[in-house]
Write a protein that binds this ligand. Structure first.
Ligand SMILES: [Zn+2]
Length: 244
């Protein structure tokens, strides 16, 4: 059940908006990728819990995910506490990801910053042998991911590094559009108009990716924040892309 990369988001669609291109890069390499949604997005102004599940399943199929879980925390009100940390620890130990991608450390939606802290703490505590958890009645081994990075969401934050997602951008947009009740769609006439449901919002996602891509000399990019310094073996690893 091991995966290479696990992306965790407060709401279904956070991961698609923030880092679906990067996830699909890893899928294209033949790696296993999982998404974990902390809440069911039940406070969303548009759609229902049922439609959000259907939409998330469709997006998972587009991204060819190996697993997707929903931890059913309370949208808008989940806290950094023992119960919620242990829910994440269970999933980390179940799938043993090398890399975890988490919400932005601060953002327009207050859930995102709280999720970032919760995920970061859970990733550390998951490695402690004296924290005991079970999955389907069986005790779990400790597991600490090698890296935790934060994807940039609505508010622009200066990235620590940028991933070239030019080859995955089309699939990313396809996964985002699976959330038909959240974003602009001709069939949603009459639903309340929100910040993210205007036709222009989808264009803005591409604009952001284009801005980040330009910084590294490629068509589209996704930015990530690292809380720690990143090491490299030698300078050759920094020669991508060849002409910037
Ligand atoms: Zn969100």
């Amino acid at each position: 059940m091991k995966v290479n990369v696990m992306a965790i988001g407060a709401h279904p669609d956070d991961v698609e908006l923030g880092c679906a291109g990067t996830l699909y890069n890893h899928v294209r390499k033949g790696q296993k990728v999982a998404i974990v949604d902390l809440t069911e997005g039940e406070l969303g102004s548009r759609g229902t819990i049922a439609t959000r599940y259907t939409e998330a399943a469709a997006a998972s199929a587009v991204l060819q995910l190996s697993y997707r879980h929903n931890l059913k925390m309370e949208d808008g009100f989940f806290e950094l506490n023992r119960a919620n940390i242990l829910k994440i620890v269970q999933i980390l130990r179940l799938h043993q990801p090398d890399v975890v991608l988490a919400n932005a450390p601060s953002d327009r939606h207050p859930d995102h910053g709280r999720a970032a802290a919760l995920i970061r703490d859970a990733a550390f505590l998951s490695g402690l042998i004296k924290i005991e958890t079970e999955w389907e009645g069986k005790p779990q081994e400790p597991w600490r991911p090698k890296r935790v990075f934060h994807y940039i969401q609505d508010r622009f934050l200066e990235p620590s590094f940028i991933v070239d997602v030019s080859e995955s951008m089309e699939v990313k947009m396809e996964s985002v559009k699976c959330y038909g009740t959240q974003f602009f769609s001709e069939s949603n006439d009459g639903a309340p108009v929100t910040y993210i449901s205007s036709e222009k919002f989808l264009d803005k996602i591409k604009d952001r990716a284009s801005l980040l891509g330009k910084r590294i000399g490629v068509t589209y990019g996704e930015g990530f924040i690292s809380d720690t310094n990143l090491g490299i073996a030698d300078l050759d690893q920094l020669l991508y892309p060849e002409i910037a």
